[in-house]
Design a binder for this molecule. Structure first.
Ligand code: G4P
Length: 530
């Protein structure tokens, strides 16, 4: 096997998706713990504040206790390189999450056993389905009273239209929770009731659920229902089929408790054994395979000011193919310029390390001063453009003003940089040169105001601007487009690239314009950032 096939084959790049509070942060930490990437065990609850600090870089995130921006954590485990991409759980940040999901090969979906599928789970799942991202389900908080395991599996099957195969089975639930029985490699992992914080041992291998050793491990009160339920599960659920999972038709399910470490080891194992290695990626020109010699990849995220001491901007670059070496020269597909990548970063849990080399499937951070934008392709020379990293038209628009009118230039600078991160869209109106900021969720305004004040020292106010949505305008007929722009000056703005944007005051006006100007396209989604 060539070095590249070997390196690609041992990589797993995935994200965890969940509704807020289902336990994504706890599970992330436990995966890092089992994977040996961090050392502190079993203190998740007591050290909530510090726990958040680990994957949340930014002050605002810590203050609000939510994870706003996606981060990357890379660690090695059992001969594999694992790249865990963190996705924000809050509904308001779905665009960032959407783009992160363009950079993974599989996902873990965390459900709260008491709540089952929630609104945000559903949204994120749909994004995964759109891209055929295979999903492993982790049903968390079995140590609390929740829904019956069969009800939970039915919910997944019905609401997500997926086949469901349990790979382990819970013994008891809530106050009665005893542990989990592994259905793939039969063994019982039991909770020590007097010391629940103890990481559970893996348990002895068994011949199956009828193994007599189980009689010595569980009282009949738990063992009898376990035997019945396992038999039922075998009868009702399809046997696990690797192809079907990888094609996105079937989800293997683990029951567990991230807090008490149940199911986590099995989940990590499944990620190594079942989850796919880096997959081929579609470019406009052709399908690019991960084990091709030459480097190619795309930027799926930009983050400014990660380190407040250095005003750097980091482009998160997912390698689609090849072996990357530090100092390599890569071609920036949009401009044709050559970029020497001297200081690429590898994100090892919280620390940042210089990446001497990286392979297809890895994510490296490329520091730059605004050259790289979301959606950009870099290659070793070939003209390629990877598709499918979109920008969405904002759904809420407000006018932004600095409290101190003298600081308008600083505000423009802040808006440009934050716009490049894809956090918000900023449009300058043709009339009056006002700045209109658009986002997908209202909470983003608070985060923006905080960041503009904290990072650029410009206190700002957001005010109602009277617009309900924005559309990028395109037309094959340039004269027609110009005619439209001239006719609708009062509703026109432009984005940072100078692309014309129509700001709609209400749905009726938007529909009317679309009807009247049939040669003009009103785009809701745009490739890359604006
Ligand atoms: P999120 O990232 O998906 O938003 O969830 P997070 O891990 O922050 O967990 C949300 C809450 O659920 C936390 O409680 C966490 O301790 C708890 N939790 C996570 N996994 C389990 C589990 O397996 N069992 C039980 N019983 N609870 C779990 P919190 O009170 O909000 O925070 P903290 O004070 O515990 O840090």
């Amino acid at each position: 096997m060539s070095a590249i096939s070997h390196e690609v084959g041992r990589r797993r790049t995935f994200a965890i998706i969940s509704h807020p509070d289902a336990g994504k942060t706890t599970l992330t930490e436990k995966l890092l713990l089992f994977g040996g990437a961090i050392q502190e065990a079993g203190r998740v609850r007591a050290r909530g504040e510090q726990r958040r600090a680990r994957s949340d870089w930014m002050k605002v995130e810590r203050e609000r206790g939510i994870s706003v921006t996606a981060s990357v954590m890379t660690f090695e485990f059992d001969g594999h390189v694992i790249n865990l991409l963190d996705t924000p759980g809050h509904a308001d940040f779905s665009e960032d999450t959407f783009r992160t999901l363009t950079a993974v090969d599989s996902a873990v979906m965390v459900l709260d056993a008491a709540k089952g599928i929630e609104t945000q789970t559903l949204k994120l799942f749909e994004v995964c389905r759109l891209r055929n991202v295979p999903i492993i389900t982790f049903i968390n908080k079995m140590d609390r009273d929740g829904l019956d395991p069969f009800t939970l599996m039915d919910q997944i099957a019905d609401q997500l239209a997926l086949e469901v195969t349990p790979l382990n089975w819970p013994v008891g639930m809530g106050g009665e929770f005893q542990g989990c029985y592994d259905l793939l490699k039969p063994r019982l992992s039991c909770m020590e009731r007097t010391r629940p914080e103890q990481v559970p041992p893996e348990g002895l291998p068994l011949s199956g659920v009828d193994d007599a050793q189980l009689d010595g491990l569980l009282s009949p009160r738990f063992l009898n229902p376990l035997r019945e339920e396992v038999e039922m599960a075998h009868g009702l659920c399809p046997t696990f089929d690797l192809e079907s999972y990888r094609e996105g038709h079937l989800t293997p399910v683990f029951f567990g408790s991230a807090m008490y470490d149940f199911g986590v080891r099995e989940l990590l194992r499944a990620l190594l054994d079942l989850a796919p290695a880096p997959r081929p990626q579609q470019a406009e020109q052709r399908l690019v395979k991960p084990d091709e010699e030459k480097v190619s990849g795309f930027v799926f995220k930009i983050q400014a000011n990660m380190d407040p001491n250095h005003r750097d901007r980091i482009a998160f670059f997912r390698l689609v193919s090849g072996q990357f070496r530090r100092g390599m020269k890569l071609k920036h597909a949009v401009t044709g310029k050559i970029l020497s990548v001297h200081n690429p970063l590898l994100f090892m849990a919280r620390e940042r390390d210089l990446a001497e080399e990286a392979w297809a499937g890895d994510v490296i951070g490329i520091p730059n001063h605004g050259v790289l934008r979301i959606g950009d392709t870099l290659t070793e020379g070939e003209s390629l453009k990877f598709t499918g990293v979109p920008s969405f038209a904002p759904e809420i628009l407000r006018r932004v003003r600095p409290e101190d009118p003298m600081r308008v230039k600083h505000l423009e600078n802040a808006l440009r940089q934050l716009g490049e991160e894809g956090v918000a869209r900023a449009f300058k109106t043709h009339l009056g040169s006002q700045w209109i900021v658009g986002v997908l969720g209202a909470l983003q305004f608070e985060v923006l105001a905080e960041r503009i004040r904290g990072e650029y020292d410009v206190p700002v106010r957001f005010e109602d601007a009277g617009y309900i949505t924005a559309r990028w305008l395109e037309s094959d007929d340039h004269r027609l487009l110009k005619k439209f722009v001239d006719a609708c000056q009062a509703e026109m703005a432009e984005d940072y690239d100078g692309a014309p944007v129509f700001l709609a005051r209400n749905t009726w006006r938007l529909n009317d314009a679309i009807k009247e100007w049939s040669g003009v396209r009103f785009q809701k989604v745009r490739e890359g950032t604006a």
